[in-house]
Design a protein around this ligand. Structure first.
Ligand SMILES: CCCCCCCC/C=C\CCCCCCCC(=O)OC[C@H](COP(=O)(O)O[C@@H]1[C@H](O)[C@H](OP(=O)(O)O)[C@@H](O)[C@H](O)[C@H]1O)OC(=O)CCCCCCC/C=C\CCCCCCCC
Ligand SMILES: Nc1ccn([C@@H]2O[C@H](COP(=O)(O)O)[C@@H](O)[C@H]2O)c(=O)n1
Ligand SMILES: [Mg+2]
Length: 257
């Protein structure tokens, strides 16, 4: 949903990214520092019940982490390694935030709500995994009512307000997130299933692309960067398929398992 504000956000982040780039900080350093700050804030403050200060620190580092892509673009340092690092570190940061809230609630005697926080953590992981797996198969999966930005804004605002003593808001937010994340999983399943059904090739896909696929075929699309889904959408037909990326079991060049 919030993905729609990306272009507008880019207009703000690009000049900031240009300023940061002048200091010599690399995009990968921003990704790592941003994640480390989020993890420190979440695991250092939340388990002790210090929700407000934890949220403030985490928000600062999440916003800083949003600059890695902008710095990569303005410095021409976009890389596949950076894209992998960015997405994977997002999962580490998300896990730290939700597990920190969960431990904080559990220690406060709110076991049931801690369980809901655990559910939100797992559902969020499934949301992101569904997209990563879909993109690995050459499909697009940019759908969902509760993508990462929405999930973070809801949990951070609610946890911060709870830290200020506002009652019920964290409980309400966690239950809402649990529902919305589950809906998002369903939306992503539906999106991938529609593409798989539209894919008329009846042969089953092997689990991994050929080892040299990226080297041989990825280059013509440009610098080999950006989200896989963007590439899939740009390169493939209506179904968003990249033909090379789905290895067929009866492919002449591949041995049968
Ligand atoms: C008391 C009320 C205060 C209200 C304050 C509101 C302040 C709002 C401030 C800022 C708003 C920022 C809007 C951000 C919009 C972001 C849009 C966007 O495009 O985000 C995308 C980005 C993730 O994209 P990436 O491509 O980098 O990462 C992908 C993502 O990880 C995918 O995950 P998936 O969706 O699938 O689960 C992966 O699949 C993919 O691989 C990966 O590439 O978003 C972010 O990274 C995070 C943005 C979050 C912004 C949160 C900012 C903090 C906002 C609020 C905290 C306010 C706290 C105030 C507390 C006050 C308490 C009294
Ligand atoms: N260390 C990094 C981080 C990101 N990238 C590139 O930016 C893209 C993400 O940009 P956002 O605006 O969504 O943050 C990512 O897909 C990479 O292409 C990078 O190269 N190195
Ligand atoms: Mg990032």
């Amino acid at each position: 949903m919030l993905n729609k504000v990306r272009p507008a956000l880019g207009r703000v982040l690009t000049p900031v990214g240009r300023t940061i780039a002048r200091t010599g900080v690399t995009p990968n350093a921003i990704t790592i520092i941003g994640t480390a700050g989020v993890v420190a804030g979440a695991l250092g403050f939340f388990p002790r019940g210090e929700f407000f200060w934890g949220v403030l620190l985490i928000t600062a580092f999440v916003l800083f982490d949003m600059l890695d892509g902008a710095v990569a673009r303005v410095t021409g340092k976009i890389s596949k390694w950076g894209a992998f690092l960015d997405s994977t570190m997002d999962r580490v940061a998300d896990a730290a935030i939700f597990s920190g809230v969960m431990i904080g609630l559990y220690r406060d005697g709110q076991e049931q709500l801690a369980g809901v926080a655990l559910y939100c953590l797992v559902a969020g992981v499934v949301v992101s995994y569904a997209k990563a797996r879909a993109e690995g198969l050459g499909y697009t999966c940019n759908v969902g009512i509760a993508e990462r930005a929405e999930r973070l804004i809801v949990i951070l605002v609610a946890t911060g307000l709870d830290g200020l003593g506002v009652p019920y808001v964290l409980a309400a937010a966690l239950w809402v997130l649990a529902v919305l994340s589950t809906v998002t999983v369903g939306q992503r399943f539906a999106a991938v299933r529609a593409q798989a059904l539209a894919d008329t090739d009846p042969r089953p896909a092997a689990p991994t692309p050929p080892p040299d696929a990226g080297r041989r075929r990825d280059r013509p699309s440009g610098n080999g960067t950006g989200n896989a889904s963007e590439k899939a959408a740009g390169r493939a037909g209506k179904g968003g398929r990249r033909k090379w990326n789905v290895r067929r079991l009866d492919s002449a060049s591949e041995p049968r398992p």
